[in-house]
Design a protein around this ligand. Structure first.
Ligand code: PGA
Length: 242
């Protein structure tokens, strides 16, 4: 069986101290680390110290939540791949729905960001997902197909990129699709869209310890992308105990 990925998206939560404390507690958990790949996507300010805390421990990978595609320059407030790399970052979430909706990120920008992260050996986790209205209009597959076509380009392959399916209406809402629906959509992403069949697909959107095992048990689900439930180390550990 392929090792599942459990990725935490901390969003705009946790100071440096809180982040390092989480890592220290996580390191104490007696897990069979060969069985899971953990990626902690933390705020930029925490990454360097978390990298220090993790040094010598290869059980957790460090991830960022965004990046800018230029190497350096007059881009106030942005962060480059090189800067992330210097902190020990190996993964980056690209095109999260909060970036797409609040910060108007387009599929094309997502694609450019993914390319630039790959050029610098940082693996993108590219997010796709439909709104509630699109779901109600039966447009889910059409929307996903377009997002995948336009956000994932030829620089990506199933070894260097992960896709996260996150229905926008499920994020932070406590709602999730049925297990059948998750399975159907993951299979759609894997099989229906030519060239993408072997990608690892994570499910994200209101994952918690109460539903994580059933979701991970679905054959089409290769891992989880977890927001709120990843903030608390006890809850996160419960999710990791499968
Ligand atoms: P949630 O967020 O687990 O809090 O729903 C998931 C995400 O936004 O990646």
């Amino acid at each position: 069986m392929i090792k599942p990925v459990v990725a935490a998206n901390w969003k705009m939560y946790k100071t440096i101290e809180e982040s390092v404390s989480f890592v220290e507690k996580l390191k104490k958990k007696p897990l069979d680390w060969d069985e899971v790949h953990i990626i902690l996507c933390a705020p930029y300010t925490s990454l360097f110290e978390m990298g220090n805390s993790l040094r010598g421990d290869s059980f957790v990978s460090l991830g960022a939540q965004n990046l800018y595609w230029e190497q350096e320059g007059a881009f106030t407030g942005e962060i480059s791949v090189g800067m992330l790399k210097a902190c020990g970052v190996e993964w980056v979430i690209v095109g999260h729905s909060e970036r797409r909706t609040i910060f108007n990120e387009t599929n094309n920008e997502v694609s450019i960001k993914a390319t630039n992260s790959l050029k610098n050996n940082i693996h993108p986790i590219i997010c796709v997902g439909e709104t509630l209205q699109q779901k109600k209009n039966n447009q889910t597959k059409e929307i996903l197909s377009k997002q995948i076509r336009e956000s994932i380009n030829d620089d990506s392959n199933n070894n260097n990129t992960i896709i996260a399916y996150e229905p926008i209406w499920a994020i932070g809402s406590g709602l999730t699709p049925s297990f059948n629906e998750i399975d159907e959509i993951h299979n759609f992403i894997k099989n229906e869209i030519r060239g993408y069949e072997n990608y690892k697909i994570l499910y994200g959107g209101s994952v918690k310890s109460a539903n994580s095992k059933e979701i991970l048990n679905l054959d089409s689900v290769d891992g989880l992308l977890i927001g709120r439930a990843s903030l608390n180390v006890t809850e996160f550990n419960k999710i990791l105990s499968f």
